[in-house]
Design a binder for this molecule. Structure first.
Ligand SMILES: NC(=O)c1ccc[n+]([C@@H]2O[C@H](COP(=O)([O-])OP(=O)(O)OC[C@H]3O[C@@H](n4cnc5c(N)ncnc54)[C@H](OP(=O)(O)O)[C@@H]3O)[C@@H](O)[C@H]2O)c1
Length: 343
């Protein structure tokens, strides 16, 4: 079968489809899925550059942290799925491939209202957004939120869910096209943070009270300034470091990377009654499966009731993986970038 196997770290041009053996069911609780579409996550850009901590230990692994496809075969003990079912897979890596074998507990039914490509864009971003808003920040109706990098995959998911939960939403993005997308999503305040001062605008928007919640995924100065936008009792949810630019062979990047990693002063936070929470949806899948399972059910209910569709920026063919990574790396993607894997 064809797959995007990461055998060498480096720029986007290290990626190309290769022939690898088709996986097969080894245990009775496993499902064989023919993948049709696979979402690309920013973490895979980091993994390709050697900056992502949670990659398989073996040398050479298949990229693709989520996908949607059709069940082709089930193990003897599988109870919830049968051959022909449309499903979502989101665990670890391995989805940029024509087939994947997955333990049943990590397979989720595809959402019927969504196309398979939309299903491939759903699990990673929407589960992260949902857990950030509902389980970590515990948002309340009428609260304000500032979403950093709001036009990306996680950003658009967060904006849509936050609106469905009755929040007032502000978001940042770096281009006029992205700002236009945020307006289409019905955001209350869209800030082009490559030109405008987001702290000034967020404070003005909240009559100088500060926002109740920030979703932060950029790091560095954006993190520090985001903390300054928080109201008393405000919560910042930290999920990533999109601005990291580390190259172990270039000492000039060592110091800048060190400075990007958020550091906080607890006494300052105590004085302002603020909180920071951080989480990783992939780790939670292993560490607290019950939480993930419950959140998935509640999330599906929320998106069905509010008729929410994931935003897909562009669909690339498998042999266009280099262009797809370049698109994300150069900050041009709006919503999720998808790879078309098979028919
Ligand atoms: N903790 C978790 O469980 C979890 C789960 C999913 C994602 N994440 C993290 O959340 C972030 C967003 O992930 P995503 O897949 O949805 O990606 P994405 O938002 O679609 O793409 C990243 C965005 O970050 C912004 N950005 C700001 N500074 C950047 C820089 N120096 N280089 C590149 N991008 C920069 C860009 O938006 P602007 O150009 O508009 O600034 C870019 O489009 C990533 O850090 C990812 O690792 C974490």
């Amino acid at each position: 079968m064809k797959a995007i196997l990461l055998t060498k770290l480096g720029g986007a041009d290290v990626l190309k489809p290769q022939e690898v053996p088709k996986p097969f069911i080894k245990n009775p609780n496993e499902v064989l899925i023919k993948i049709q579409f696979s979402g690309i996550n920013f973490a895979e850009i980091l993994a390709r550059r050697g900056l992502y901590k949670w990659v398989p230990a073996r040398k050479g692994f298949i990229l693709g942290m989520e996908g949607a496809g059709i069940v082709e075969e089930v193990g003897d003990e599988v109870t919830d799925f049968k051959v022909g079912d449309p499903v979502i897979v989101a665990r670890g890596f391995g989805c940029h491939a024509e087939y994947v074998v997955m333990e049943e507990k990590y397979v989720f039914p595809a959402l019927q209202r969504l196309s398979l490509e939309q299903n491939a864009a759903f699990a990673g971003s929407f589960m992260t957004a949902y857990i950030a808003l509902v389980r970590m920040a515990r948002v309340e109706l009428g609260e304000t939120i500032l979403v950093q990098a709001a036009a990306g995959a996680l950003g658009t998911a967060t904006v849509m869910l936050a609106k469905a939960l009755g929040l007032k939403v502000a978001g940042t993005a770096s281009s006029p096209e992205k700002i236009a997308t945020l307006h289409k999503l019905g955001i209350e305040l869209a800030i082009n943070y490559s030109k405008e001062d987001f702290k000034e605008l967020a404070m003005e928007w909240t009559d100088n009270k500060g926002v109740n919640v920030v979703l932060e995924s950029v790091g560095g100065k954006i993190f520090n300034k985001s903390m300054q936008c928080l109201s008393p009792m405000g919560r910042l949810i930290f999920v990533g470091l999109s601005s990291v630019r580390f190259n172990k062979y270039n000492p000039l990047t060592w110091w800048s990377t060190y400075r990007l990693i958020p550091r906080v002063n607890l006494l300052d936070m105590l004085g302002k009654s603020q909180g920071i929470l951080a989480f990783h949806v992939g780790r939670l899948l292993d560490d607290n499966y019950t939480e993930i399972k419950k959140s998935f059910v509640d999330l599906v209910d929320l998106v069905q009731r509010h008729k929410i569709f994931p935003i897909i920026g562009k669909i690339y063919q498998l042999n266009e993986i280099t262009e797809a990574h370049r698109m994300i790396e150069s900050r041009r993607n709006i919503g999720k970038i998808i790879l078309k894997i098979g028919e």
